[in-house]
Design a protein around this ligand. Sequence first.
Ligand code: PMP
Length: 332
Amino acid sequence: MEYASNILETIGNTPLVKINRITQGLPCLVLAKYETFNPGNSVKDRMALKMVEDAEARGVLRPGGTIVEGTSGNTGMGLALVAIIKGYHMICVISDKQSKEKMDILRAMGCQVHVCPTDVAPDDPRSYYSTARRLASEIPGAWYVNQYDNPANTQAHFESTGPEIWEQTDGKVTHFVVGVGTGGTISGVGRYLKSKNPAIKVWGVDTYGSVFKKYHETGIFDENEIYPYLTEGIGEDILPANVDFGIIDGFTKVTDRDAALYTRRLAREEGMFLGNSAGAAIKGVLQLAPHFGPDDVVVVLFHDHGSRYVGKIFNDDWMRAQGFLEGESQSK
Ligand code: PMP
């Protein structure tokens, strides 16, 4: 018999899948690292497990303790799986711009969910960063995960995602393209790939309304870059310690509209039912096309599953209300 002894053992070893239609016209091979095959349907299962194991090893999370995290949903799902199998309580603090599906899923997995306003400064006591910190300090036996600054986040990708991409491409990968939120994925994968071949280029996909691209290019943290945006999971109004700007070769910014339209194209043209940041990532690949040649192997990572966006990106009324469906055909 061949079976996993619990759900956590099924994390990782996700497939690499060729993109065939959307990338027509590009000279290179484009392969998607397809992270929805993880049991929580996102890449975040990898770092959730690693961060908990690291906290256990450091003695900051003890049996029966409470895990507290400010999470846009996917990390919460990953942590919920780990909490269930390992016997911890789980509290997720989430901002109100996140999809209702994500909140419902977290509750379905036994998490306590606190919803906080999106449009307040990170140091405002009402923000989800501040609320998570406060709850963790008030509740006995609670541990605040802090995926933004927790080095085990990046380490998970250095130990698993990066080596998988290297092995699956037989070391032929030349470019890695990925959306950046906490920075764990880009930094861990990027660091590993560059340790194997320093010529590999690492590209971050950012949103309009986020500080990353400008900071990378100028070293300036420009508050004028910060404004509300719709794309979920990528872009930040802070500089997380997990973003290793030194291993990133460049950023490209994708609009909310393009991220949404390309998420829909992935579903309809590639049969890939994915989340909002996957649309941003594949549009980022197209925007970066001038950097790619015929011998290149471009790996783009798709973070999460489309089911969490049925009320938004995959809902025509929502799309129309944002003005995203006008002239849709022209944007293809
Ligand atoms: N896409 C989605 C849907 C996410 O939830 C996240 C995590 N915030 C990211 C992309 C970015 O990944 P990372 O935090 O590793 O930079």
